[in-house]
Design a protein. Structure first.
Ligand SMILES: [Zn+2]
Length: 270
């Protein structure tokens, strides 16, 4: 399951193919969206932004395409006029003179007036995105103190997209390690310094992962979202059970928490 940084890099790739260029082909397979095809012809895509696992494609005419890939949907980039051979069904095609972006197999697709997109039920449910550059540690610390979050175990809370969107399983282990906090603690048990440290790490770790282009390839993570890279983001504890903790040399342990594997250093994380 790709996490926030991988989703955002995938969005960057499809955005780079089409943003700013007039659309020459606009196709929707959904009957309810057909009437938007002519309205979008000749318009430009301004931005493509992930929100959790949804993608918002914003056009320069005040409309925004909402798409959620769920389990099967996938975006592809192709040359203009090209349609890759696939058994998947094409649901959305947005094509400029140079490139096309093609959405296959997704069923959760809709078009909104841009100023109303936040009313989408999915966007109403998810928390602020850890990769939103305007999100500040103080706001995350305040969120940790909210009644609906403060009594929950951190191991489960850090996977809950309703708390913070864009978090995921490898980020959970790395964030808790960076903050020096044990996964079985609850926000209400943290003192102010710990809460501030956790809030910092909840933003710093995903942003570092996004900026350093790719993570060490790990078992169970989809290879097409990852790049092996010498200088890229390195897991310090995730997927490193039995290896020495980079901070203290104690052995990194693996447990299960909220149904997913979790890695920690019991000496560094209190
Ligand atoms: Zn340690």
């Amino acid at each position: 399951m790709p996490e926030g940084p991988e989703i955002r890099r995938a969005a960057d790739r499809i955005a780079a193919a089409v943003v700013g260029q007039p659309l020459r082909v606009v196709e929707f397979a959904f009957p309810g969206l057909k009437h938007y095809e002519s309205a979008l012809l000749g318009r430009r895509i301004e931005s493509i932004t992930p929100r959790g696992k949804a993608l918002l494609t914003r056009f320069d005419c005040g409309l925004t395409l909402y798409s959620h890939n769920q389990l099967y949907g996938v975006w592809r980039v192709a040359s203009a006029g090209e349609r890759p051979a696939t058994t998947r069904s094409l649901r959305v095609a947005l094509e400029t003179a140079r490139k096309a972006i093609l959405l296959y197999s997704a069923s959760d697709v809709s078009i909104w007036r841009s100023e109303e997109i936040e009313q989408h039920p999915f966007l109403q449910r998810i928390g602020p995105d850890v990769l939103d550059a305007t999100l500040q540690p103080e706001a995350v610390a305040a969120r940790l103190a909210l009644p609906r979050f403060r009594g929950r175990g951190l191991a489960a809370l850090l996977l809950d997209q309703g708390f913070l969107a864009g978090m995921g399983n490898y980020l959970r282990s790395e964030v808790l390690f960076e903050a020096g906090i044990a996964p079985d603690r609850r926000p209400r048990d943290l003192d102010d310094a710990e809460r501030a440290r956790l809030a910092e790490a909840l933003l710093a770790v995903p942003r570092r992962s996004y900026l350093t282009r790719g993570v060490r390839k790990a078992r169970g993570l989809r290879a097409d979202y990852l790049t092996d890279t010498a200088e890229g983001f390195r897991f310090r504890v995730f997927d490193r059970a039995g290896e020495p903790c980079p901070a203290c040399g104690e052995m990194v342990t693996r447990t299960e928490a909220a149904g997913r594997r979790l890695y920690a250093c019991d000496r560094c994380q209190r």
